[in-house]
Every structure is written in C-alpha cells, then in structure tokens.
Design a protein around this ligand. Structure first.
Ligand SMILES: Cc1cc2nc3c(=O)[nH]c(=O)nc-3n(C[C@H](O)[C@H](O)[C@H](O)COP(=O)(O)OP(=O)(O)OC[C@H]3O[C@@H](n4cnc5c(N)ncnc54)[C@H](O)[C@@H]3O)c2cc1C
Length: 327
C-alpha cells in the first residue's frame, strides 16, 4: 500500500466524518477493480481493500485466451497488472489488509474492519472476495503445506525447476497449472480421480499430448512422506484397488474452489454451496451490501462475468445511494 494513501485515510477517519467512503470494495480481483472504476467514474468516494496485491485469481491464470480484446491470449499476470494500472488512473484509495468483519447497520450504514485493527464507515459495501482453493481434506496437506503442498502453481512452480511434481485435479484450472508447470519441471503426474479430464478441448489436447505430462487416472493421493519436505506420495487406484509410490517434490492441488466459509460474519442469504445469493442488480439479502464475481451464486465464473458483475454492483450501489438522497 502507498503510505501517502494510508495517511490520508487515517486523517479522514480521525476527523469523525459520518462516512469515510461512499463505497468500500472488499477484494481487488477483476470484479472488485471493475466495481471500483465504475464507482469512481460516478464521482463516488471509493476504498478498495485486499489482503494481497490487486489482481485476484486472474493473476494466477497462466494464459487467458477467452477475454475479449486480447487476440492470441494474454498472460494472467499481465492482464491483472493492466487492470490494476487502469484502477490506479482513478481517484481510488487502496489498502492492503484482510477484512475480517463487515457489519450492516442499515441501508446506508456499513462498518468494515480489518485485521490491522482499522475500521471504516461507508454507505455501501461490494463483496468481491472470490473463492478459495478447495483442500483435498487429507491430514498430510496441512503438515506439508508450503513444504511440498501448494495451491498456486504460478507462484511456487519455478522452485521445482527440473524436478518431478504432481498436479491433483482434472478441470481447467488443473490443466492450466499442468501446462504452466510442464515448462519448468522434468516430469509431471496429472492425478485425477476419474478416467478423463474435464478441460476445454484445446487445453485437453495440449495437456494430453505434452510428453512431460503423465496422466494417472482413477486415482487419489492417499498419503505423503518426507523428512522436512515431501519426497514421495502414495497414490491409490480406485478401480484396481492397488497403490503405487511416486517420487515427487511437490503436489499442486487443483480440485476445485469454494466460497470463503463465513462471509465476513454477515448474516447473508447463501445458496446450498455457500455462494452469496444476489438479484440481477447484485443486491444481497442485506440492504447496502452487494456482491460481485465468483463468490456470487451464478452459473459461469470467469473474468468476463466477474468484470460485468462488478460494474452492475457499482452502478446499483450508486443508484441506491442517490435515491435515498444520501448524495
Ligand atoms: C488457475 C486459474 C486459471 C483461470 N483461468 C481463467 C481464464 O483463462 N479465463 C477466465 O475468464 N477465467 C479464468 N479463471 C477464473 C478467474 O480468474 C475468476 O473467475 C476471476 O478472477 C474472479 O474474479 P473475482 O474478482 O470474483 O475474484 P478473485 O479474482 O478471486 O479476487 C478476489 C480477491 O479478493 C481478495 N480477498 C478475499 N477475501 C478477502 C478478505 N477477507 N479481505 C481482503 N481481501 C480479500 C483476494 O485476495 C482476491 O484478490 C481462472 C482461475 C484460476 C484459479
């Protein structure tokens, strides 16, 4: 975070203004940045909070080839940087902090707190918190986290240059991770519990024709062993009932993503899988709280739909603020 920005915010908070901001956006992924830009263009005072640098999951995508305006595709990280640069051209405050509490005290009265002990008052909140990686749920996962268990191929992959690793999963994200890792590692086992992968055709073909990638079908990782770090894994074949051992230095887990468990202590209406229910205006069940992007209950979770959600949320938050005469 820029120190100057933080100082400005502290000054405005300490003056005891009724509201520090018109809109606070929680999360600076594609949906959050899109919401922030749209709100700032409407002359609303906006703060974006993110526990990491802006970009969200888009920055973890190896290559994005389905976002309009980039013939030939764009690296996820480059796209995320351009989105951030775009956001920074507007008068938008950004603070790097984890939001640990959002309180709704009325349609135009929300309180947002961070793990750094800061509290901001705002008229509206847009939740753009995205998803978290789904764990395998095995005991070894926590034991070896950061020491041979990773959920982030783009970030950790280069450390395994020339070595043997495994990717667990068989969807688009697992295949993108495998495609990226195969550029760095010597051998990659793609371990999937079913007998085929579920990625889009072009990706599917690329992964299965890559000589460095060896698919291991109908299989689950049962256990992992190593002194300090993972050295080998035990893989169980659910069809034959037999287990094999593989020497790998890291397993990259891509078995799905899920919404954050408790969405910031808000008593929001969620669907059966924990996604935030909104109407088509991105309003949640609580007045003044909007949701956009992957955390929302919807059919397609992609950058394009996240960007669209963010814009719709910001427009409607702005309209709702104006219609109550609060601006
Ligand atoms: C490996 C991979 C590859 C992908 N490839 C593609 C692709 O090729 N094309 C495509 O269209 N889509 C792709 N996607 C999906 C796309 O990245 C997402 O749909 C999109 O990023 C969703 O945007 P979002 O803003 O809803 O959430 P996210 O991008 O997940 O952003 C959420 C942000 O919220 C922040 N946050 C969460 N909780 C808090 C908190 N409590 N306090 C503060 N900050 C918080 C996070 O740090 C994060 O920055 C891919 C996803 C993955 C994982």
């Amino acid at each position: 975070m820029q120190r100057e920005t933080q100082l400005q915010i502290e000054k405005s908070s300490s003056l005891g203004h009724t509201h520090d901001y018109d809109i606070i956006v929680v999360g600076a992924g594609p949906s959050g940045m899109s919401a922030a830009i749209c709100a700032a263009r409407a002359q609303l005072k906006v703060l974006v909070l993110d526990k990491a640098i802006p970009g969200g999951e888009a920055s973890t995508a190896y290559r994005v080839d389905n976002y309009l305006g980039f013939p030939g595709g764009v690296m996820g990280l480059d796209l995320a940087r351009q989105m951030e640069e775009h956001m920074r051209t507007f008068n938008i405050d950004f603070v790097c902090a984890t939001v640990d509490d959002v309180r709704s005290m009325g349609p135009l009265d929300q309180k947002v707190s961070t793990d750094m002990g800061r509290t901001f008052l705002t008229k509206a909140v847009i939740l753009s918190v995205g998803l978290e990686p789904k764990p395998l749920g095995r005991e070894f996962e926590k034991r070896f986290f950061g020491r041979g268990v990773s959920y982030y191929a783009q970030g950790d992959g280069r450390s395994y240059q020339g070595q043997h690793v495994a990717v667990i999963g068989g969807g688009n994200c697992a295949c993108y991770a495998a495609e990226y890792l195969a550029e760095h590692v010597d051998r990659l086992y793609l371990i999937h519990r079913s007998g085929h992968i579920k990625a889009v055709k072009s990706l599917h073909d690329k992964v299965l024709s890559n000589p460095k990638i060896q698919p291991i079908w109908n299989s689950e990782v049962e256990d992992a062993f190593g002194v300090d770090k993972i050295e080998k894994i035990k893989v169980y074949n659910t069809v034959t009932g037999q287990s094999i051992w593989l020497d790998v230095k890291c397993i990259f887990v891509y078995v799905g993503r899920m919404p954050p468990k408790e969405i910031l202590n808000l008593n929001l209406q969620l669907d059966e899988d924990g996604y935030i229910i909104t109407d088509e205006y991105m309003r949640t069940s609580l007045p003044g709280i909007y949701a956009a992007g992957d955390a929302r209950s919807k059919q397609i979770r992609q950058i394009a739909t996240a960007v669209a959600d963010g814009m719709i949320a910001a427009v409607n938050a702005g309209r709702d603020i104006s219609s109550t005469g609060a601006r």
